[in-house]
Design a protein around this ligand. Structure first.
Ligand code: SF4
Length: 193
């Protein structure tokens, strides 16, 4: 309910959610964090119905709109941006006003584990800085669209094509063996025997 009221108010004010986002995007070539922060704050501040009814925003509603400045991974917001901004399937590409080069990867447990396995990050905590680090490494491969690898990283794990450990059946056909720490450790152990 609170989300619907906030979305209705923002749509009445801006016309579209893209225009709402762009209104807070004061540096269209800069990092996406400040613009996403303002977008999330727009929803938090539009939630007046909830504030008046309860005297405060519900925890559930605040959970929908984490702030990048707090340092969490903001996975759902970054995934929403990926859907709206990237112009290739499986994304919708409805927001032409934001460059895909500015996106950060939405880090869930699958992306986190795959990224550690293949050396995209060494961070222990899943947070905003991890999303920045993984994205920066992916940008070496494609600076114009670093987040295009998100689907492959996530779904390799989800589909059971990686078990996050060396496996005699699953690993041999994997094209990432050359950079995978699980595979390399197993190979080193095997050579020592
Ligand atoms: S080599 Fe094995 S553990 Fe490493 S990424 Fe591939 S499937 Fe996963």
């Amino acid at each position: 309910m609170a989300f619907c009221v906030a979305a209705r108010d923002l749509l009445a004010r801006h016309g579209t959610l893209e225009k709402c986002f762009l209104a807070g995007d004061t540096d269209p070539r800069g990092p996406i964090g400040p613009a996403l922060e303002r977008f999330a704050r727009a929803f938090l501040e539009a939630d007046l119905h909830e504030v008046f009814a309860r005297g405060r925003r519900s925890r559930g509603y605040r959970h929908l709109f984490p702030l990048p400045s707090v340092g969490g991974p903001c996975k759902r917001l970054l995934l929403f941006l990926r859907w709206m901004v990237r112009r290739e399937a499986p994304d919708f590409g409805l927001w032409a006003g934001v460059s895909p080069a500015r996106l950060l990867i939405p880090v869930d447990t699958h992306v986190e584990n795959m990224s550690r396995a293949i050396g995209l990050t060494r961070r222990r905590s899943r947070n905003w800085r991890m999303a920045e680090e993984i994205t920066a490494r992916l940008a070496v491969l494609d600076p114009a669209d670093p987040v295009k690898y998100d689907f492959a990283l996530c779904h390799t794990r989800m589909a059971g094509d990686c078990l996050d450990r060396r496996d005699a059946v699953v690993c041999p056909p994997c094209g990432l063996r050359g950079v995978c720490r699980h595979w390399k450790r197993g190979e080193a152990r095997r050579r020592r025997r």
